[in-house]
Design a protein around this ligand. Structure first.
Ligand SMILES: *Cc1c(COP(=O)(O)O)cnc(C)c1O
Length: 418
């Protein structure tokens, strides 16, 4: 199946007389015929449903669909993108370990990596994602367990050289974790370029309608954990009678461990109703992504031509710094455009306040056009040095171009610039 078909059919195939649409299984628990049956699922939770803190049929239908779209062996949804990032790292790193991350990433992820994980004894080593392989290799320590980066960074709009990062990671026997939120699997397939784990904030384009916060972790199933130093995957788990994930589950070791162990313990699983809404968004994702790319390119061209604008970033523009990487890895540059207004922070705020159609909101990838100034909102907690490292100038606005008629979007930008 192609992506358009997967979006409609993967994850749920009704049988004779069953509902056409994936049902909302709004139940915390599941019944068993005998004590023996229920005992068996406690020994191995992959053979049946136990409890909706870590598995639910509606959510699992969506997990299967997203795994199919990414070309992964398995997936697990989470209650937010932040939860997906947290669990993706904790599934590999313990206190005393480190991991490497490209420095141009989402502000919430910077907080998690630089502060909260550090308090848990896990060190994040930042590197410039554009650096040469030798420089990134030099950042590794003996305890480094993963490499992390965003395929199209929010809001810096840098494009990750996925194949380069995967080569570096694999030469040190650690996996590459790629946050593919902005392109979605419709525009970018990180696993095809060597990524081992893919994560998303589904709150963005996948949901698409600004309805519910969510995340997902996809496991390619390709990484050989036994070749690296991953005792959590290759040694017995005492909390499951000494099961060894790599032996028991092979290619699914990572994604089953994160569900059986971390989701069991943290309980950041979405509700069936949220998954149902996410599924609706996924059904039209290919159509929406195509139009987002078209509209955003037009908006980027308009901003680029304005004398009120100091610079524009959109990897779909031929003179963008990341155009060639975008050509290599992305089928389209997605719907977010950033522009640095002349007049800095103040100019950005004046421009935003003058927009009539575009709403000011702390969200991105909504179906409606929206805008924000990262320096005074999402990245408010970062120091000026951290802002620069994340690729953010004070006068920058992040335009999330929606699916309104393109002429309405362009007219709104024109009048606000005036
Ligand atoms: C929004 C976002 C996140 C965090 O996701 P939430 O669903 O808001 O928790 C992580 N990574 C990227 C790239 C994002 O844009």
């Amino acid at each position: 199946m192609r992506d358009e078909t997967k979006c409609l059919h993967s994850g749920y195939a009704p049988k004779n007389t069953e509902p056409r649409v994936v049902p909302i299984v709004q139940s915390t628990t599941y019944v068993y015929d005998s004590a023996e049956d229920i005992g068996a699922v406690f020994d191995d939770p992959t053979i049946g449903l136990v409890y909706s803190r870590f598995a639910n049929p509606t959510v699992m239908a969506v997990e299967e669909k997203i795994a199919a779209l990414e070309g992964g062996a398995g997936a697990m949804c989470t209650s937010s993108g932040q939860a997906a990032t947290l669990l993706a790292i904790l599934n590999l790193c313990e206190a005393g370990d480190s991991f490497i991350s490209a420095s141009k990433i989402y502000g919430g992820t910077v907080n998690l990596f630089s502060h909260t994980l550090r308090k848990m004894g896990i060190e994040c080593i930042y590197v410039d994602g554009d650096a040469e392989e030798e420089e990134i290799l030099a950042a590794f320590k003996p305890n480094t367990k993963a490499v992390f980066g965003e395929t199209l960074a929010n809001p810096a709009l840098t494009v990750l050289d996925i194949a380069k990062m995967a080569r570096v990671a694999h030469s040190k026997n650690v996996p590459l974790i790629a946050d593919n939120t902005f392109p979605t699997p419709i525009l970018c397939k990180p696993i095809e370029h060597g990524a081992d784990i893919v994560i998303h904030s589904t709150s963005k384009y996948m949901d698409g309608h600004a309805l519910q916060v969510g995340g997902v972790i996809v496991d390619s199933g390709n990484f050989d954990w036994r070749a690296g130093d991953f005792p959590g995957l290759t040694q017995p788990d005492e909390t499951y009678h000494g099961i060894t994930y790599t032996e028991a589950y092979g290619k699914l070791a990572y994604i089953i461990k994160v569900r059986m162990q971390l989701m069991r313990d943290f309980g950041v699983y979405p509700s069936a109703h949220s998954a149902f809404l996410l599924n609706l968004g996924l059904e039209t994702l290919p159509l929406r992504m195509e139009r987002y790319c078209q509209n955003a390119l037009r908006a980027a061209q308009l901003l680029e031509a304005s004398d009120k604008v100091a610079s524009v970033s959109y990897p779909g523009l031929p003179n963008d710094r990341y155009y060639s990487l975008a050509q290599k890895y992305l089928k389209g540059a997605s719907g977010v455009v950033t522009a640095v207004l002349k007049g800095g922070r103040e100019g950005a705020v004046r421009f935003m306040d003058a927009l009539k159609l575009a709403s000011t909101q702390i969200h991105v990838a909504d179906i409606r056009t929206c805008i924000l100034n990262p320096a005074t909102t999402t990245h408010r907690q970062l120091s000026d040095e951290q802002l620069a490292a994340a690729g953010i100038e004070p006068g920058m606005v992040r335009f999330s171009v929606g699916l309104e008629h393109i002429d309405d979007i362009l007219e709104d930008i024109e009048q606000a610039l005036r």
